[in-house]
Design a binder for this molecule. Structure first.
Ligand SMILES: Cc1cc2nc3c(=O)[nH]c(=O)nc-3n(C[C@H](O)[C@H](O)[C@H](O)COP(=O)(O)O)c2cc1C
Length: 183
């Protein structure tokens, strides 16, 4: 308990505790008008065996969420700790709000570029047009089934149409990167 430490609030305690929760590092692939797009995300988990459903938590104003609402499909790429996984993750870090992600430098947060430029990928057929990264440890192709409001985020429940291990290695995690989206 941190009560009594000068200047600390309960909210500081809660944020610090939640930031210890570990997550995998995923790239969510979407598409619009024939142009694939991708965003980095932590908040991904399987939530049903039968049918197999994966939930992803999106910020309400996320453009990826808007694309999924339009197209009804997305891919989930789990990054690999081996090889170029960390470099790939850095390339997908986005400008929006540096303060949201602990451990991310302002320089990294200020990068603006075509996130898929130079990233080896193919486009899914089952999740039409959504990118599958060649260097992912594993990926899943999903059909969006439900959109559930969850506070300042929206949970998208996607039915897994197909998934495959692509490469050997270990998952890249928030514990390894030191970045935390939670709190
Ligand atoms: C390590 C990390 C994890 C993130 N996890 C999530 C997440 O789970 N859900 C989310 O909506 N945004 C997450 N973000 C923020 C989005 O990647 C960022 O807001 C991005 O600009 C959204 O892109 P879009 O507008 O193309 O969808 C995360 C960012 C970082 C750096």
């Amino acid at each position: 308990m941190n009560i009594g430490r000068i200047g600390r609030t309960e909210d500081d305690d809660i944020r610090e505790a939640l930031q210890e929760f570990p997550y995998g590092i995923y790239i969510i692939g979407t598409t619009r008008d024939g142009r694939p797009n991708a965003m980095i995300a932590d908040w991904v988990m399987q939530v049903s065996f039968e049918p197999r459903l994966i939930a992803v938590g999106f910020e309400r104003d996320s453009s990826s969420l808007a694309r999924i609402r339009e197209n009804g499909a997305f891919t989930v790429n789990l990054l690999n700790r081996e090889g170029n996984g960390m470099a790939l993750a850095r390339g997908f870090v986005q400008p929006a709000d540096a303060s949201k992600v602990r451990g991310r430098s302002n320089q990294a947060a200020a990068q603006q570029h075509d996130k898929l430029a130079g990233v080896a990928h193919r486009l899914s057929e089952r999740a039409p047009g959504c990118p599958i990264l060649d260097d992912a440890l594993a990926y899943a192709e999903c059909a969006a089934e439900q959109f559930v409001d969850a506070g300042d985020h929206v949970l998208v429940l996607g039915r897994v149409l197909y998934a495959e291990v692509l490469n050997s290695g270990e998952p890249l995690t928030s514990t390894f990167t030191g970045w935390s989206y939670g709190g």
